[in-house]
Ligand binder design. Sequence first.
Ligand code: F6R
Length: 250
Amino acid sequence: MNINIFENSSLGSQFVANRIGKVLAARNLVSKPTVLGLATGSTPIEVYDELIKKYRNEGLSFKNVVTFNLDEYYPMEPSDVQSYYYFMHQNLFNAIDIQPSNVFIPNGEIHEHKIIKYCEQYDDKIAEVGGIDIQILGIGANGHIGFNEPGSERKSATRFVTLDEQTRKDASYTFNGIENVPESAITMGIDTILKAKEILILAWGKRKAEIIKQCLFGEVTSTKPATFLQAHPNVNVVLDVEAASLLDLD
Ligand code: F6R
C-alpha cells in the first residue's frame, strides 16, 4: 500500500480529487466511461467539493461517469435527509453534469423479500459496466469499510447487514439519538470492494489514528475488515498528519 501523508485534510482531499480528475480526463478524451465507487460520511466531503470545483472551473465533465455508492441505511427513504441518497445529491451529484441514470446507490426501500436478488443485481451491474476504476473509502472506528462490520468475510458480496453498536453510536449525533439510527443497511461486500482496480482510502484526525495503524500493519482478520485491503495490489492510503500520527514509518 502507498501511504500518502498531508499537512491537513484539505491537501489530502486535493490529492484524491486530482487523481480522480486525471483518470477521468484521460478516459473522457477517448470517450470511455469511468466507473467510480463512492463513500459518504464526513471524510470525502472535501473531495467532492474539489471535484465540483474541477467541473466548474476546469470544465471536467462527469457525463461519462458511472457511480456506485458503497452503502445505504435500511430501511431508508431517498428523500430522508439522513439517507445516503440525499447526502450524495447534496454534496456532489446536484452540482455536476452526471446523468441520473448513471448513479447507483443501494435502495433502502427495497422490499425485504427482494433484497437478496437486488444485492446480486447490484454486483452484476458493476461487472456489466466493466468494474470499478477508482473506489473511495473512509474507515469506521471499528475498522469497517462500507458497512462491512467486524466479522465480515473476505469473500462477502453486496448484502443486507446489521449495524455494529459502535457504528450506530458514531451515527447517533446526526440522527439525534441512537434510538433513531437504523439497525440495518445494505452494503457492497468486501469482495466487491477488492475487485476495484484502484482504491483510495482516506482518514483524517486523531480519532482515526489507532484504527489506521491496526488496519495497515496489523494481522489480516475479519474482526478488522479494512485489514483485507493489505492484499489489494493498488491501494493509496491518504492521511492527514493526525491520522498518521501512530504510524512507525522508518
Ligand atoms: C460511508 C461508509 C463508511 C464511512 C465510515 C467513516 O459510505 O461506507 O464506511 O466511510 O463510517 O465515516 P466518517 O467519514 O463519517 O468518519
